[in-house]
Design a protein around this ligand. Structure first.
Ligand code: F0G
Length: 408
């Protein structure tokens, strides 16, 4: 199987055995490519049927040379829930939620890290590094522990949710709090990893991360037996929407599906450079210097994969939407209370975006929609407690409890 990195701008090719994050000629993003002619639909289709759903079910479609070196925590295979209660409330025919909080560290990042850390291990790397709004650091720390690698994570000081910080710390990462935002932390680790090759960068600028994350699209196709009409994804640094679109297009080119869904990207209003560009019909973003949102996971002003994300949205005939913090938090409660699914605020932005588009008449109510919820609700317990009704307190005595609850 011939694999290569290809620059998304100038088309330059590089060997995948090279440690490289950006095109040496034009500095743009790279992506992994393989030869479709070499992958025959028949072989994979038959073989796949026998394997349980998971990221590594599709191992032939990842650029991993030695199966015995795979670093896995059994990621992927997350449930696709048919959300009848919520669909009824939103007056939508069919709504599914792909709940990525069910991954080993509670977010979709694990799909990317299993491939990325496997490559680090294959390369004989000793130290892995990332910048993060929280989930990437939690995930990288866990996979590094499993692979016996040192892990360094840079996080915006005081700005990440407690659950994620707890994870990175307990998995044993070296946690560095940067006085600045995510965009500044990312710029720093990128320079650091280019200067010091021994520190292997595992943000989504690393094309192997995107490779793992494309499995989300494969799974949706299998779980529904065909692609949905529309897939709605929360967007931050924009790796995930790009990865999911790559997954759908690969299944399409392999003849495994015969249509492609529309991709809708949702950003928080205070951190929405991609959504603004798409809405204004622009092919390029205007970065935001001081991004702000309650959905700290997607508090990003200069998304590294903006070009890939805009391409995914445009090529698929999709769109982009912005949602306010209030809309995000309402959607978080609505999903929890209609379907029993507790997701973190950034994840709920897909639901908030869907609701907004439906209310504005910008979506057809007959569509089959999949909303991706990207991270578990317990990642950010403080926010959940803040937005919910406060518990009542009462003496540990039957009469008081009866009175409080209105039992006579
Ligand atoms: N949802 C959650 C829960 C996230 O943690 C992230 C990104 C996104 C959505 C957006 O995904 O960046 O691929 O567009 N979190 C990163 C992190 C930035 O550091 O954990 P994206």
């Amino acid at each position: 199987m011939s694999w290569r990195f290809k620059c998304i701008n100038c088309g330059s090719n590089y060997e995948i055995s090279e440690i490289i994050y950006r095109c040496r000629k034009c500095n743009d993003l790279l992506e992994v490519e393989f030869d479709f002619a070499e992958m025959t639909e028949k072989i994979w289709k038959n073989e796949w049927k026998r394997r349980p759903i998971s990221v590594w079910k599709y191992k032939e479609l990842f650029p991993v040379s030695d199966e015995s070196k795979i670093i896995t925590l059994k990621e992927g295979g997350t449930n696709l829930y048919e959300c009848g209660n919520l669909a009824e409330k939103l007056k939508l025919r069919v709504l599914h939620v792909k709940n990525e909080g069910e991954n080993p560290t509670g977010s979709f990042k694990d799909r990317g890290m299993t491939v990325g850390v496997t490559k680090a291990f294959e390369f004989g790397i000793k130290t892995v590094i990332c910048a993060s709004t929280g989930n990437t650091s939690a995930s990288l720390a866990a996979y590094a522990a499993k692979a016996k690698l040192q892990c360094i994570v840079l996080i915006p000081s005081g700005k990440i949710a407690q659950g994620k910080l707890a994870q990175a710390m307990v998995y044993g990462a070296r946690v560095v709090q940067v006085r600045g935002n995510f965009d500044q932390a990312l710029k720093t680790v990128l320079t650091l990893s280019e200067r010091h090759k021994e520190a292997y960068l595992l943000n989504s600028i690393n094309p192997f991360r995107v490779e793992g994350q494309k499995s989300l699209a494969y799974e949706i196709c299998e779980q529904l037996n065909e692609p949905p009409d529309t897939v709605i994804v929360p967007v931050g640094n924009a790796g995930n929407i790009s990865a999911i679109w790559k997954g759908f297009t690969e299944f399409y080119k392999l003849g495994l599906i015969d249509k492609l869904p529309r991709m809708i990207g949702v950003q928080a209003e205070g951190s929405a450079p991609i959504a603004q560009a798409v809405k204004n019909g622009k092919g390029t973003i205007v970065p935001i210097n001081e991004p702000e949102t309650v959905a700290t996971a997607i508090r990003i002003g200069f998304p590294v994969s903006w070009k890939k994300a805009i391409k995914a949205i445009m090529e698929s005939g999709g769109k982009a939407e912005t949602v306010t913090d209030t809309e995000i938090l309402e959607a978080q409660k609505l999903l929890a209370r209609s379907e029993g699914l507790f997701v973190e605020p950034a994840s709920a932005s897909s639901i908030a975006g869907l609701r907004k588009l439906l209310e504005a008449g910008k979506m057809d109510r007959d569509e089959v929609v999949v909303c991706v919820t990207t991270g578990h609700g317990l990642k950010d317990p403080d926010s959940a407690v803040r937005i919910s009704e406060k518990p009542s307190e009462v003496d540990a005595e039957i009469g008081s409890v009866e009175r409080l609850l209105g039992f006579s």
